[in-house]
Design a protein around this ligand. Sequence first.
Ligand code: GDP
Ligand code: MG
Length: 446
Amino acid sequence: NLTQRLAKVVKTMRGEARLTESNTAEMLREVRLALLEADVALPAVREFIAKVKEKALGEEVISSLTPGQALVGVVQRELAAIMGADLGPEAYELNFATQPPAIILMAGLQGAGKTTTVGKLAKYLKEEKRKKVLTVSADVYRPAAIGQLETVTKQVGADFFPSSANDKPVDIALAAVDYAKKHYHDVLIIDTAGRLGIDEAMMQEIAALHAAVKPIETLFVVDAMLGQDAINTAKAFNDALPLTGVVLTKLDGDSRGGAALSVRHITGKPVKFAGVAEKLDGLEAFDPNRMANRILGMGDILALVEEARKGVDVAAAKDLADKIKGGGKFDLNDFKAQISQMKKMGGLSGLLDKLPAQFQQAAGSADMGQAEKQVRRMEGIINAMTPQERAKPELIKASRKRRIATGAGVQVQEVNRMLSQFEQMQSMMKKLKGGGMMKMMRSMKG
Ligand code: GDP
Ligand code: MG
């Protein structure tokens, strides 16, 4: 597992203040291996490593992190970015900005999951986007293919345009477009034939379909289990057709999903959807951050963070954990200790830097500056209390509140608010039974 391997290298990199050519070389070798193990194709791996190297070199390392941990952060961020984390939400949306029907053409090898994905898309468009959807099959080579599309279409309650295996694919598609116009369908999804391998006749056929119907979306459907071969398939389809997006299917399998990176490398097009089940509700919006963690096998980066924290104040953390586990009460002295530990780790924003990107995104939408200010005010209030009051907050009645407020330079209401927030936190701590801040974060992960 990459996390373990990285953790080993991370240890040897302690005490250096920035990332350099020499202290990143070994780490990058591990990352390269991990990507190859995850079935990312070699050209995509090379490009990625070069990019990370460029980003990482010279990057300052936050005081409580080792260069190794900092590099893990760069790797995760860059991987997510390459797979589209930096694109706006519109990059993942299907485009409907055309005279109806908006035509979606499905392309991909046989068995990739095209027909299933048509059913899933029809369901999604009907239920989430309130579209009137028509489907049609231009797969005239396998007699069962047309019936399969009819079945999934009826299952999701969309409309199906019947076709015959004796007709030509282009004629079928044009007849369906005509029908969709007459019946005011918003969307027409055209399912196509695939072959087991890349084949010139198949490419010509789908290119001809594309030219005839001029779809607004041309989705390349690719099986995540395809591994290294994904890159050749993607290249063939990308050369034959102006793709607008990718659907990565069978992510519920045990592949590490390296195909996502390979396909992105070749097509430059965003993965718009992920297939996560055979069932027709098994379609999800693609999540680049989650995919990056999956490819790197890095879901457990929090273990690394905890490692960093241990270096900060292992004794204090253990005291606290023992205290709570032993049924002891989490009091304001403990709270004060937690705030100062957090400050040692670079404050709230420093803490944030160590979290996986999906947390960073979630927290990034909150106002960190504001939260930081809030914590400082809380600390000021706690500092204005006597040790006795911190150990027994229930002692704090009206006159003490006034004294504390004056001491901290805040209004009495703020002392009240702080005390009630603390009470909430106390009951949350009780539920968590030990572990404090880190445990709380880890519980957010699941
Ligand atoms: P097509 O030849 O490209 O039309 O592929 P199909 O839609 O017929 O799918 C081939 C097989 O893959 C079928 O057995 C599907 O049930 C299965 N399949 C498609 N998408 C997924 C997915 O996201 N997860 C899983 N587990 N199976 C899928
Ligand atoms: Mg099919």
